[in-house]
Design a protein around this ligand. Structure first.
Ligand SMILES: *[C@@H]1O[C@H](CO)[C@@H](O)[C@H](O)[C@H]1NC(C)=O
Ligand SMILES: *[C@@H]1O[C@H](CO)[C@@H](O)[C@H](O)[C@H]1NC(C)=O
Length: 418
């Protein structure tokens, strides 16, 4: 089934690519330009509107916003750095990001029209509303597993009712946030949530697991149209050449974050389906955060999930491929307890701890050996967990207490280890 579907998708892709219009949009007023830049004209196939006011009051600024150039079609930029202000604080750095690149959005929008047998210009909202999936959303006040079946979103690979309830309860883009019932959702709210779930889970993860509750995710400020806004951070890759003390601290935090995502009091096990250094960043107090949560999967350790029966054709629809791929992550049953750690060691940590550190006498050889064990999938889970513990013990001795590591403040002041 998935094979057939991916062929259908490829066909859609070819059709869509063939109909891309390269000519620039007619002259727009700055206001129109800004609506288009945000993707507000595409609502309610969009993320939300919670932060639109701040944009139009110029309390969020980024370069393209200020220059208001209308040569949009020449740019395929997905995210911008900008600044954000509110009454309590001065300007702070933020990232403004689309759910996917403008080019992929265009292909995705075209695939919506194609799915309904329409030409390339159709009302994408009308097409999505007419689907039987959306009609099941309209009829229900509870988000049920059947309503998200066939979506490729990693966190929905094996959803429990408790997980879906949390998505609804934490959904910030509606006025009355906090209930597991969707009674206070208008139809357009439901369409936005479904659209977001189908395209990119990033904004929802930031809402479900906020940093203020100790989760390692950046603060979500809100969305407008297809642009979401979260706190800015320093990319991890910019720290690859920093002194060992700094890198050792980052590796320690990355291991700690990864372990606490998989084992926490909420009993949701968050795991990586893929890992790259671009997933992570740091803030001014040297704390490490997950910047890109779009590939994180979730297993409910408390409720489990219904068995992963074969997908029926009716579960696959236009929403199943809106993210630019129809490929579903592997079933949750195949996720090893150490999958995240192995991916992390293999793709990120080996760029932070390098053989040169051993040759220069700064890093015990054992650290590099344990790192290699951790990255080796053929090792048993037990062996990998032991390697991580040994590695953390070594790194612990290299971490420093100073004002530079502001995030360790109480620990560094009061612990007698220092
Ligand atoms: C954001 O703030 C930084 C630091 O104050 C400044 O350098 C940058 O130019 C600002 N960017 C925009 C788009 O306002
Ligand atoms: C838009 O046009 C301006 C002026 O012609 C140019 O400076 C700018 O680089 C263009 N922007 C993009 C994203 O192509």
């Amino acid at each position: 089934m998935a094979g057939i579907w991916s062929e259908v998708w490829t066909l859609c892709l070819i059709l869509a690519l063939g109909t891309l219009d390269p000519s620039p949009a007619p002259r727009e007023k700055p206001h129109d330009f800004r609506r288009i830049l945000l993707g507000l004209d595409k609502c309610n196939a969009c993320v939300g509107t919670s932060i639109c006011k701040k944009f139009f009051k110029d309390e969020i600024r980024f370069e393209r916003w200020l220059t208001a150039q209308s040569n949009l079609s020449s740019a395929d930029v997905r995210s911008y750095e900008g600044n954000y202000t509110d009454s309590t604080a001065g300007w702070r750095p933020v990232v403004l990001s689309q759910l996917m690149s403008p080019h992929l959005h265009e292909i995705s929008d075209n695939s919506i029209c194609t799915s309904a047998g329409k030409g390339k210009s159709c009302s994408i909202e009308a097409v999505l509303r007419a689907t039987s999936r959306f009609q099941s959303w309209v009829r229900s006040n509870i988000l049920l597993p059947s309503m998200v079946k066939g979506l490729v979103t990693p966190m929905l690979r094996c959803p429990s009712q408790r997980l879906l309830d949390r998505i609804v309860r934490r959904y910030f883009e509606v006025t009355d946030v906090g209930s597991v019932q969707m009674k206070h959702f208008s139809e357009k709210d439901k369409l936005r949530l479904l659209y977001t779930l189908a395209v990119n889970q990033q904004p929802l993860i930031l809402q479900m697991f906020p940093g203020t509750e100790g989760w390692p995710f950046l603060r979500y400020h809100g969305s407008c149209g297809r642009v979401m806004v979260w706190a800015g951070s320093r990319p991890l890759r910019s720290l690859f050449n920093s002194p060992l003390e700094r890198r050792a601290d980052i590796v320690y935090q990355l291991l700690h974050i990864t372990q606490s995502l998989s084992a926490n009091s909420l009993q949701f096990s968050l795991f990586y389906t893929s890992v790259s250094e671009d997933m992570f960043g740091t803030l001014d107090d040297s704390r490490v955060f997950i910047v890109d949560a779009s590939t994180i999967g979730i297993i409910d350790l408390q409720e489990g999930h219904s068995p992963d029966e074969d997908l029926l054709p009716e579960h696959l629809d236009v929403f199943s491929c809106l993210s630019g791929s129809c490929a579903r992550p592997p079933p949750c049953e195949t996720v090893r307890a150490t999958q995240s750690l192995t991916l992390l060691c293999k793709h990120v940590l080996n760029k932070l701890l390098v053989p040169n550190d051993v040759q220069s006498g700064q890093l015990p050889r054992a650290a590099v050996i344990e790192l290699a064990n951790c990255a080796d999938q053929s090792q048993s889970d037990q062996r990998i967990i032991a390697a991580i513990q040994a590695l953390k013990d070594i790194l612990q001795t290299l971490r420093a207490c100073s004002t530079f590591y502001g995030y360790r403040y109480p620990e560094c002041l009061y612990s007698d280890k220092f």
